[in-house]
Design a protein around this ligand. Structure first.
Ligand code: FE2
Length: 418
C-alpha cells in the first residue's frame, strides 16, 4: 500500500469508527450524554387550610324587625356560613348566610333577625361540619330609656387602638359607635384584618356601628371595600336608628372636609331631624359625623363641609354632635346660632343648645396643637387617647370622657331636660 492510499484510507476508517460509535449510542444508551443527576419529582403540597373564623363583628342590618349582620373572615373557603345562636331557654337557632372571596380572604355574612332584646345569647360562627369559633356572649340589652353606649374615632391599629377597645368593653356598652377613620388600611387588606382583630372584643359582643371618615376612601377612592368588610344599614353609611327614647343620626359627608356639602344630603339630614323632633317618643337626639363643626385643633379645626348642618342642629334641638378627624378630645359649651347658651362646667338643665364633642383619640397619633387663644365656645380640650361613654336615662344624659390607658374619667357633664 503506497503512501497515497494510506493517506486516504486511515481518515476514512477513523470516520467510519466514529459514525459507528454514534449510531450505537443512539440505539443502546439510556439517553443523551448529559451530566447525570437524580431528579426527584416534586409533588406540590397543598397550602395548609385554615378554616378558623376570626375578626368577628356585629352590626345593625335593619331595625324593624331587629336584624343583625354577623360578619367574620376565614383564610380558606368553607361549605357553609352559619351563626349558631343559643337562646336563654336552651333552644338553638341556626342562621345561614354566604361568603365571598375578596382580597385573599373569605368574608362571611349572616343576617339574623327576630332577636329578642334583654336576652343574653351565646353564639358561635363558622361551618359546623368543619370548624366553629369559640362561643361569644351577645347581650342586646333592652330597648328602654335606660342604656349606655360608647363612642370614639380615628383608631388605626397600634397599642392605643387596642387599649381603647379593652377599656371600652369594661363599661359594658349597649353598642359602640365609631365616628370614622377606622383602620387606615386603605386597599391593604392585612391592615383591615389587624383592625378587625383589635376591635373583636367589643364588636363580637354587641352591635358596632360605624360612620365613614375620609380615610375610608383611601385606596380605591370609594366605599367598595367597606361594603364587603362592614356592610351596614346603608351602603353610603347615611342612616338613623331609634333606641329607647333616643334618635341616632349617622352622616357621611364624603371624602373631603373642605368640600361643599351635597344638597341632597342636607335635605336628608333636614328630613331625618324633622322626623325625630316631631316624634313624641324621642327625648334625645345624637348626631355622628366625622368632620367636626366645631374644633379648635390646629390640624383641621372646624370643618367647612359640616358648617351648613349647624343651622339644622339648632333648628331641631340636637343634643350632642360627636365627631373625630382631629385626633384629640374637645367639647364645647351648649351652642345655638353660634352663641353660648350656658357657661356652666358640667351641669346643663334645659340648655337649649347643642354640645359638640370631638372624640378623635382612639389610637391614631394624637394631634397636640390647638389654636390659641382658645375660642370662647370651647370648654375643654386635650390631646389624650380616649373615648366617650354616654349613659341615657329618661330625663338625663351623662357624658364621660374616659382615658383609654387607665380608664379614669377626665371630663364629665350632665344634661337634664325637664
Ligand atoms: Fe379624618
Amino acid at each position: 500500500m503506497n503512501k497515497r492510499v494510506l493517506a486516504f484510507t486511515v481518515p476514512l476508517l477513523i470516520l467510519i469508527f466514529i459514525i459507528a460509535i454514534y449510531i450505537g449510542g443512539q440505539f443502546n444508551s439510556q439517553g443523551p450524554l448529559e451530566p447525570s443527576e437524580t431528579v426527584t419529582p416534586t409533588i406540590p403540597s397543598p397550602a395548609p387550610k385554615n378554616f378558623t373564623p376570626f375578626g368577628i363583628h356585629i352590626t345593625f342590618a335593619r331595625l324593624k324587625p331587629l336584624t343583625l349582620n354577623f360578619i367574620w373572615i376565614t383564610a380558606s373557603p368553607t361549605n357553609n356560613s352559619i351563626v349558631e345562636l343559643s337562646k336563654p331557654d336552651g333552644d338553638v337557632i341556626r342562621y345561614n348566610g354566604s361568603q365571598i372571596f375578596y382580597k385573599k380572604f373569605y368574608w362571611h355574612i349572616v343576617s339574623a333577625s327576630n332577636l329578642a332584646l334583654s336576652n343574653k345569647y351565646e353564639y358561635r360562627v363558622g361551618d359546623p361540619d368543619i370548624e366553629m369559633s369559640p362561643k361569644f356572649i351577645l347581650w342586646l340589652g333592652s330597648n328602654n330609656t335606660n342604656f349606655n353606649f360608647t363612642v370614639y374615632g380615628d383608631q388605626g391599629t397600634n397599642k392605643y387602638s387596642r387599649m381603647v377597645v379593652q377599656t371600652s368593653v369594661k363599661f359594658n356598652p349597649m353598642f359602640n359607635i365609631h365616628v370614622g377613620d377606622l383602620s387606615y388600611g386603605g386597599s391593604r387588606v392585612d391592615q383591615w384584618i389587624k383592625w378587625f382583630n383589635i376591635i373583636e372584643p367589643l364588636a363580637s359582643t354587641r352591635p358596632y356601628l360605624i360612620a365613614v371618615g375620609n380615610h375610608e376612601y383611601d385606596g380605591a377612592g370609594d366605599l367598595s371595600d367597606l361594603n364587603i368588610y362592614f356592610p351596614s344599614i346603608d351602603s353610603k353609611y347615611n342612616y338613623w336608628f331609634i333606641w329607647g327614647n333616643s334618635f341616632f343620626l349617622v352622616i357621611n359627608p364624603g371624602p373631603y372636609d373642605d368640600a361643599l356639602l351635597d344638597s341632597t344630603l342636607y335635605d336628608w339630614v333636614n328630613q331625618s331631624l324633622r322626623f325625630a323632633s316631631m316624634n313624641p317618643n324621642i327625648k334625645w337626639i345624637f348626631v355622628f359625623v366625622h368632620y367636626p363643626p366645631y374644633s379648635s385643633g390646629a390640624s383641621h379645626g372646624s370643618s367647612k363641609i359640616t358648617e351648613p348642618l349647624k343651622e339644622l342642629f339648632d333648628l331641631y334641638g340636637v343634643d350632642i354632635v360627636f365627631s373625630g378627624h382631629e385626633h384629640n378630645y374637645e367639647r364645647t359649651y351648649p351652642l345655638k346660632h353660634g352663641s353660648i347658651m350656658s357657661y356652666n362646667d358640667s351641669l346643663y338643665i334645659n340648655p337649649n343648645g347643642t354640645i359638640y364633642i370631638v372624640v378623635g383619640g382612639a389610637g391614631g397619633g394624637l394631634y397636640k396643637s390647638f389654636i390659641e387663644p382658645k375660642p370662647a365656645w370651647s370648654y375643654y380640650r386635650e390631646a389624650r387617647y380616649s373615648f366617650g361613654v354616654i349613659i341615657v336615662n329618661e330625663n338625663k344624659v351623662i357624658f364621660r370622657a374616659i382615658d383609654a390607658v387607665n380608664g379614669t374619667v377626665f371630663d364629665e357633664f350632665t344634661l337634664i331636660k325637664k
